[in-house]
Design a protein around this ligand. Structure first.
Ligand code: NDP
Length: 503
């Protein structure tokens, strides 16, 4: 292993990464990070101030101008492929660290992080092969376009999939030739610093990738408002998305925002029953429900609602709640105490508003921020638990009578990130797919993702798309170059010009 990654059991001090060096913030202050499994102090994180953010942006700007990064795509391609290879070599230590920091079961982290290199390889291939265009124009001209990087891009990322979500932004941003300043979630900064070490070893010039830490309301805000940025790209909650988009609007820069979700699964009575139950439980409780595409609302045909609810609860009751590093664990602790308290308060609201708590009182480990996987039945669409993003292991089962009602219920939230359709009727599946207001639709599956496959939301779930060639293009700006190839002279003011001109 070429990188000297920190041993995962030590108390860690997480510094900023600026200009290729790990450095303290100007204040020299740190804030504590706690272990979700037991609530104990796990790390001290550099408290980046607005001055630190300004400094990191200046460093990135200089690196963007001075290095060969922006101008030489072959340098970028080989560095991104080297980073993919570094990630493959260092996977076990990253998996363990990410499980510790987020509380997510190690089996999940292994399956998720094992795919990271694909993003760096995919976007390296786009950088290597994307051709510029020669749009039609008048004769006597060569007219061509160039895709150029934006300059410095700000990346704001959440805590639930720390490395995957950063990678979905970082790989296209770097492939397109930009420099970046990253502000990871204050709850999950450690593996981002580990990635920074691998970046240092992969041939990416110093200063092209920079990481500041600290609070969203201070460091995140300062980054979003920085006028030197060419783009700001956020994954986070919808209120944060509105604040960041407003700042981008002030500076007239591009913005991409992957925001909250409240995914519906529509289960029809013609489906393979067991596959649908298994799929819905996976959709609801993977990542302990802390994922933007969580199948938080399962809409079930009234013809089989009771049978489905019984089987669903039985399956959920068998999920093993336990420590993240145990390979037998299905549901780990939530990421932080405040998140646990928020989820518990939604469960109280559900009971108060009259939903039936069909499962959810089983004991969980006494220390740490565990929440028992919870199932509500008899949920109606106006209840708070059916509408608000809970972001925890809580699933609502709703009943519908007709296909039209299922569509109206599914579209009846302010979110539109992802939805699932469970049916064996191919015509119905495609008919519904066009009518559902969501950016990603799975048919007889859930939470499938790939670097080439566009990802993003309708409605309050965001603007822009991650993954795929359009995402790469969104990290560039187009330049049009028009070359006069004929030797004839032109003087508008001598009165010899014709009546038509391309102007
Ligand atoms: P937040 O919106 O709280 O934070 C996201 C990032 O923005 C963090 O780095 C945060 O820093 C920072 N931030 C917070 N406030 C500001 C601000 N005013 N200005 C600039 N930056 C700020 O989201 P969470 O981290 O709690 O993540 C959960 C949310 O993310 C959920 O709503 C979830 O649905 C969404 N999400 C969306 C996905 C998608 O693909 N659409 C995927 C995964 C999650 P700090 O942590 O320090 O506060």
């Amino acid at each position: 292993m070429s990188s000297k990654l920190m041993a995962s059991t030590e108390l860690q001090r997480c510094e900023q990464f600026v200009g290729g060096q790990f450095v303290p913030s100007v204040s020299g202050e740190y804030f504590p990070l706690f272990n979700p499994e037991n609530g104990q102090l796990a790390a001290e994180i550099a408290h980046s101030t607005p001055r630190d953010v300004e400094n990191a942006v200046q460093v990135a700007k200089r690196a963007f101008k001075d290095s060969r990064w922006a101008a030489h795509r072959e340098v970028r391609v080989s560095a991104l492929r080297a980073l993919a290879s570094q990630l493959r070599q260092n996977l076990p230590i990253l998996v363990e660290a990410e499980a510790r920091v987020t509380g997510r079961p190690i089996r999940e982290m292994r399956a998720q992080l094992g795919r990271l290199p694909e993003w760096y390889d995919y976007f390296a291939s786009i950088a290597e092969t994307l051709e510029d265009t020669v749009p039609p124009f008048g004769s006597g001209y060569l007219n061509y376009t160039r895709r150029e990087p934006l300059g410095v891009v700000g990346l704001l990322t959440p805590w639930n999939h720390p490395l995957l979500i950063l990678t979905k932004k970082l790989a296209p941003a770097l492939a397109a030739g930009n420099a970046v300043v990253i502000k990871p979630s204050e709850l999950a900064p450690i593996t981002i610093n580990m990635l920074a070490e691998l970046i240092r070893d992969s041939g990416i010039p110093e200063g092209i990738v920079n990481v500041v830490h600290g609070l969203g309301s201070i460091a995140g805000k300062a980054l979003a408002e920085n006028p030197l940025l060419g783009k700001i790209d956020l994954t986070g909650g919808t209120p944060t998305g509105r604040a960041v988009a407003a700042a981008a609007g002030q500076n007239l820069i591009k913005v991409a925002a992957e925001l909250g979700g409240k995914a519906s699964l529509i289960v029809f009575d013609d489906v393979d029953f067991e596959a649908a139950v298994n799929g819905a439980v996976f959709a609801g409780y993977i990542a302990s429900g802390q994922t933007c595409v969580q199948g938080a609302r399962v809409l079930v045909s009234e013809k089989m609602y009771d049978r489905f609810a019984t089987a669903f609860v039985e399956k959920v009751s068998k999920l093993r709640v336990g420590p993240p590093l145990d390979v037998r664990t299905d549901v780990g602790p939530l990421v932080a105490e405040r998140q646990r308290d928020r989820v518990l308060s939604f469960i109280e609201t559900g009971v108060r508003e009259g939903a039936t708590l069909a499962y959810g009182k089983a004991p969980v480990p006494p220390q740490g921020w565990y929440v028992c996987p919870t199932v509500f039945t008899d949920v109606t669409n106006i209840m708070t638990i059916a509408q608000e993003e809970i972001f925890g292991p809580v699933v609502c089962l709703l009943r519908y009578r007709s296909e039209e009602e299922a569509i109206s219920l599914a579209n009846g939230t302010r979110y539109g990130l992802a939805m699932g359709i469970w049916t064996n009727d191919i015509r119905r599946a495609h008919r519904l797919a066009t009518q559902l207001e969501a950016g990603v639709i799975w048919i007889n599956d859930h939470h499938r993702i790939g670097p080439a496959s566009p990802w993003g939301g309708y409605k309050d779930s965001g603007v822009g798309r991650e993954n795929g060639i359009d995402c790469y293009k969104d990290y560039t700006q187009l330049k049009n170059i028009i070359v006069k190839t004929t030797p004839d002279q032109f003087d508008w003011f001598d009165g010899t010009a014709g009546d038509k001109r391309y102007s």
